[in-house]
Design a protein around this ligand. Structure first.
Ligand code: COA
Length: 259
């Protein structure tokens, strides 16, 4: 299968997906999210594939978030629809029967951090930076960040990162348990392939059973993606959202009023 915004490669049982919009820091527009879903499905259906590696093109970004230029004029329903579509694709990653390893080569912000968190294992380059900066746009995270971040790093630190929009480096992400390993930029893919190689030697049905069981642990009513989708949609009719997205596109600081 060929894609507009992804490069895919199959080798030695590893299916590598590279998000390829480096001049936009691999920001997730609608088509890119759709294509990630297609590529994950392709990997699931490919009998030779044992493990998937997901990374970003270029040295600067894994993914710098959802594409702000695409959604700045959305209505509440369109905003909620955008979140729902992202949730469906990210859940398909989390529930994939084949393990997905995120190779985080740079900025993993907003939807990029959320994308990495929907993967099963995370390996970060020491140049990676993580954050949920949506509040700077008058928004909340819309692809699972309000749920998966507290699950991974705990409620208190998650709330701090979600509300301050602070970015953290790879070493802090490792200390918080947000990533499994930090490597030099050159060693990042080597480490991913080493982990993938170990998993690829195991029984595939047992691997998919482990994923199902571990996911079940978090498949509780209080993991509430629906509330996130609803609250994300509500932000789109606020003046603060218009101000936040306009300020980003005009490369200036936003002035929020609480309306
Ligand atoms: N959506 C759309 N475009 C984006 C983007 C996003 N999330 N993130 C970066 N870009 C674009 C920029 O607009 C710029 O495009 P241009 O060259 O046509 O002006 C290009 O990618 C390079 O980004 P730039 O901001 O110039 O790089 P930088 O090194 O100065 O800053 C970041 C890097 C990641 C700090 C900054 O791009 C940023 O804050 N991005 C948005 C992060 C965010 O809020 N994500 C959550 C979205 S919901």
């Amino acid at each position: 299968m060929t894609f507009d915004n992804l490069i895919t490669e199959k080798k030695d049982g590893i299916f590598t997906i590279t998000i390829n919009r480096p001049d936009k820091l691999n920001a997730l527009n609608k088509n890119t999210i759709y294509e990630i879903g297609k590529a994950i499905k392709e990997a699931e259906n490919d009998a030779d594939t044992r493990v998937v590696i997901l990374t970003g093109a270029g040295s600067k970004a894994f993914v710098a978030g959802a594409d702000i230029s695409e959604f700045s004029s959305f209505s509440e329903a369109e905003g909620a629809g955008l979140a729902k579509h992202g949730h469906d694709v990210f859940k398909s990653i989390e529930n994939s029967s084949k393990p997905v390893i995120a190779a985080i080569n740079g900025f993993a912000l907003g939807g990029g951090c959320e994308l990495a968190m929907s993967c099963h294992i995370r390996v970060a380059s020491e140049t990676a930076k993580f954050g949920q900066p949506e509040v700077k746009l008058g928004l909340i995270p819309g692809y699972g960040g309000t749920q998966r971040l507290p699950i991974l790093i705990g409620r208190s630190k998650a709330l701090e990162l979600l509300m301050t929009a602070d970015m953290i480096g790879a070493a802090e992400a490792l200390a918080l348990g947000l990533v499994n390993y930090v490597t030099t930029p050159d060693e990042m893919m080597i480490k991913c392939r080493e982990i993938a190689g170990k998993i690829a030697q195991q029984a595939p049905l047992a691997i998919s059973g482990i994923i199902r069981c571990v996911n079940k642990l978090y498949d509780k009513e209080d993991v509430n993606f629906e509330t996130e989708i609803e609250e994300f949609g509500k932000c789109f009719v606020t003046q603060d959202f218009t101000e936040g997205t306009t300020a980003f596109l005009e490369k200036r600081k936003a002035n929020f009023k609480g309306v």
